[in-house]
Design a protein around this ligand. Sequence first.
Ligand code: NAP
Length: 263
Amino acid sequence: MRVVVVGAKGRMGRETVRAVLNDPELELVGCVDRTLNDVAVSAVLGHESNGVKFSNDLVKTLIDTNADVMVDFTTPATMKANIDKAIELGVRPVVGTTGMTPEEIANWDQACKDRGIGGLIAPNFAIGAILMMRFAQQASRYLPHVEIIEMHHDQKLDAPSGTAIKTLELIAQERQAVQQGHPNEHETIPGSRGGEFDGMRVHSVRLPGYVAHQQVIFGGLGQTLTIRHDSINRESFMPGVVMSCKQVMKYEGLVYGLENLLD
Ligand code: NAP
């Protein structure tokens, strides 16, 4: 499978380049980033890269390399146009960048089907995070009072995280809606109670030192339950990324969430 990585100079992109190079079934054929053109990937990333050079022209790279898959780890502002271009060219998008709407996902799903290709958007590629979401969904059936605290490095642009949104969506499908907190509660400092989704609260911490972490806290009579996942480095996402590059070759339409490829 011929893979182009977009955002290849970034934190997730670098890790993806290394993972693709290390997998015998995947071939790194292109690396795209905003500011680098005609520069050897090895010179920037410090490891061998089969002679692949950086380009700042995504369309040209996808065409010239006859790519099968485009992996995108860029920014919320950039990723949408990248997905549009890839689908238009018949290249399967595997996207880890977060910040799209359900309507956009539905449109890309249709576009993939029209083009006869697969695609994947995963707010989180770490298997432990997928399990955290699944266990949280199950627990919410019995403990419907839920709050989420997610912690990420301070360079993250969107809040709350895509994983937190996905967790809230899954819980909302399962639990019975309840009034959480006191009906007359008052925020002395605005925003203290966090964001609100279907009656649940979500809090985003942004600090240096963190990678990607989330705890889902359930409260019941005389008890709390905390389900916590920590990605302590970016390698944690790579088995999911590599698996997705292979799986998108096998179906048509856009899948949202890695869990849908696991079962
Ligand atoms: P990052 O280090 O800032 O990397 C983003 C890279 O994309 C940078 O090299 C940036 O270049 C480049 N870029 C920006 N605009 C571009 C464009 N138009 N064309 C090509 N490249 C462009 O960010 P990161 O930490 O790797 O995270 C990237 C995304 O992945 C974020 O949305 C993050 O939330 C998400 N993420 C997802 C998962 C998951 O499991 N799904 C895990 C971790 C992170 P410049 O720096 O020059 O602008």
